[in-house]
Write a protein that binds this ligand. Structure first.
Ligand SMILES: [Zn+2]
Length: 128
C-alpha cells in the first residue's frame, strides 16, 4: 500500500471538494483514510467494500445507515443473549424505513429464523 502524504495541493483540492466540487474516487479514499476512527455519519456506508455500485448496495446501505444512526447492536431482542459473536439490525417488515421502531436487534441465528418466519425471505430478495 502506498503511503499518503497530505500536501498543500491536496488540502486545497479537499477544500474545493467540500464546497461541492467534483471529487475523484481516489480522493474519496484518501479523505476517508484521514478520517478513520472518527464517527462519520455523513459518510454512510462508504467504508463498506460494497459501497460503489455493488448490487447489494440497497440492502447493505440501509443496514449501514441504521448502524451508524443507532449504533452496533450488542444483544438479541428475541433470545435475550448478550454473549454472541455477532448481532445484526433486523428490519421488522422489510420496508427498510429509517424509523428506529421498525428495526430490532437480533443475533444472527434469530435474525435468520425471524426472516424466514415473518418475511418469507429468499436470498434473491437481497439482490435488488
Ligand atoms: Zn437471538
Amino acid at each position: 500500500m502506498k503511503k499518503y502524504k497530505m500536501t498543500e495541493e491536496h488540502k486545497k483540492k479537499i477544500g474545493l471538494a467540500n464546497k461541492g466540487k467534483i471529487i475523484t474516487e481516489e480522493h474519496k479514499r484518501k479523505i476517508s483514510k484521514t478520517l478513520t476512527g472518527k464517527p462519520q455519519p455523513w459518510n454512510e456506508g462508504k467504508n463498506h467494500f460494497n459501497w460503489k455500485g455493488n448490487k447489494n448496495l440497497g440492502y447493505q446501505s440501509k443496514h449501514n445507515r441504521i448502524r451508524l444512526k443507532y449504533g452496533e447492536p450488542n444483544y438479541c431482542e428475541i433470545c435475550g443473549k448478550t454473549d454472541k459473536k455477532k448481532y445484526e439490525w433486523s428490519n421488522k417488515d422489510h420496508k427498510y424505513s429509517l424509523k428506529k421502531e421498525d428495526w430490532q436487534r437480533l443475533c444472527s441465528s434469530c435474525h435468520k429464523k425471524y426472516d424466514i418466519e415473518y418475511n418469507n425471505t429468499r436470498v434473491n430478495q437481497y439482490d435488488k
